[in-house]
Design a protein around this ligand. Structure first.
Ligand SMILES: Nc1ncnc2c1ncn2[C@@H]1O[C@H](COP(=O)(O)OP(=O)(O)O)[C@@H](O)[C@H]1O
Ligand SMILES: [Mg+2]
Length: 422
């Protein structure tokens, strides 16, 4: 009896073991299937993200090249002789519209990086008051807030921030306030330290927002409804960038409004820091221009020729080359004070050019001029042997400054023909 009960128990036990082993197998198979599915969708997402990054980089490259040439052309036009009223009108229009295109392109590329988490910041201790003032100066000199009274009151508050990005925040908020304020309206900016946070407010007395709009203005591509002729341009990107930049600094961006017609107040708060013991100065442009021997390596004919001409107008001696191999040959032979080298060159690209030049002992100051402006691109340029990196379309002032800061001994001989006869 006892034996048969034992056998019965053993049968049940072994069936249980069998069932649980089967269950475990099924679970395992399911987990494996799920893991494979997750891996596949992760790989697809990575492929998609890579394709998007590549597309944005290509878009930047394709659009920045022509813009760089147009800006150079404007600079050259300024130096030309006959300057009639029509000439001036056309010149100003080209500059205005290409600046507008540049801003749209920059915002589009930035927002792509911001939403995909690829925006990296160049953080350093900054006095936010200095940053706000310099952004307002730039907006005023670019005529971006015509007729508006800008009233700024700020105290010195230090933050760890990326200067360019924080200027972008101020630009976006002030331009928005200007866009939604009648011609003679005023825009008030206040900066103060409140509970260990730097608090910047931008207030206008214009169109205002209803609660539904206020809840959505920071969404990507969101714009309040406009008449069909779209009196206000823009792509609904600015405030997304403002909030993302604030968040990347460990802060936030918010809006409040009493309602339509009652104006709006945008607030950005960022963690404040103690002022550093030695105040770092914001970069100052040196007006001292030296005569330098410059080599330009750039495959775009227009970009190369226009850059060459404007540097020559400034009194520099310029050689140019249209591809990597002849650029390297010129660099080795001439050893100029400074070389401005495009990264996207056919065959021998800018990085290889710099690496080979450094390996051959060239001590020329090497500046990468590239359409790609991410921190990793700059790091890559540094690793290849470049001393500095600028993103197209670089401002002419920026290029001239870099050249004159090269500390040119300018002992190199007279221009040797044959590199680029044009
Ligand atoms: N100061 C403001 N007053 C009223 N509405 C505003 C203000 N700033 C922004 N908005 C609203 O938020 C939307 C999104 O702004 P933004 O992201 O800067 O894009 P854009 O300026 O290109 O339209 C605007 O289209 C507008 O509807
Ligand atoms: Mg805007």
């Amino acid at each position: 009896m006892a034996t048969s009960r034992l056998a019965w128990l053993l049968t049940i036990l072994s069936s249980l073991i069998l069932v649980s082993a089967l269950l475990a197998l099924i679970m395992d198979a399911r987990t494996t299937a799920r893991r494979l599915r997750i891996q596949a969708s992760l790989a697809a997402a990575q492929r998609e993200s890579r394709a998007r990054d590549e597309f944005l980089a290509m878009l930047g490259h394709e659009l920045r090249n022509p813009l760089a040439s147009i800006f150079n052309a404007v600079f050259l036009l300024d130096r030309a002789q006959a300057q009639s009223a029509d000439w001036k009108y056309a010149r100003d229009m080209i500059e205005r519209q290409s600046l507008h295109l540049k801003r749209l392109l920059d915002d589009l590329l930035d927002v792509g990086r911001a939403v995909s988490g690829k925006m990296s910041l160049d953080l350093q201790p900054l006095d936010l008051d200095v940053v706000v003032r310099s952004a307002l100066d730039m907006l005023a000199s670019a005529g971006r807030t015509p007729g508006r009274r800008i009233d700024y009151r700020g105290a010195s508050v230090w933050v760890r921030g990326d200067r360019t990005r924080l200027e972008q925040v101020v630009n976006n908020l002030v331009c928005n306030a200007g866009d939604h304020t009648p011609g003679d309206g005023s825009i008030e900016l206040r900066l103060a330290e409140v509970s260990d946070m730097a608090r910047l407010t931008v207030r206008d007395y214009g169109a205002g927002l209803d609660a539904e709009t206020a809840a959505r203005v920071f969404d990507l591509f969101y714009q309040a409804r406009q008449p069909v002729h779209r009196p206000k341009s823009g792509m609904g990107i600015g405030l997304t960038l403002v909030r993302r930049i604030a968040e990347l600094h460990g802060g936030r961006a918010d809006v409040s409004s009493q309602g339509p017609g009652k104006g709006a107040t945008f607030t950005v708060t960022l963690p404040a820091i103690e002022p550093p013991p030695v105040m770092p100065q914001l970069e100052r442009r040196s007006d001292a221009r030296h005569r330098c021997a410059v080599l330009i390596v750039e495959d775009s004919e227009d970009a190369r020729q226009s850059l060459r001409r404007l540097l020559e107008l400034e009194g520099h001696r310029v050689h140019s080359a249209g591809d990597g191999a002849s650029g390297l040959a010129a660099l080795l032979e001439l050893q100029p004070d400074i070389a401005l080298i495009d990264i996207g060159l056919p065959e021998l690209d800018g990085y290889d050019l710099a690496r080979q030049a450094r390996a051959a002992g060239v001590r020329t100051r090497l500046i990468a001029i590239s359409c790609y402006g991410l921190a990793e691109d700059k790091a890559k340029a540094g690793a290849a042997g470049f001393d500095d990196h600028i993103t197209k379309p670089a401002s002419i002032e920026q290029v001239l400054d870099l050249v004159s800061q090269a500390g040119c001994a300018s002992q190199s001989g007279p221009p040797k023909p044959g590199v680029d006869p044009a």
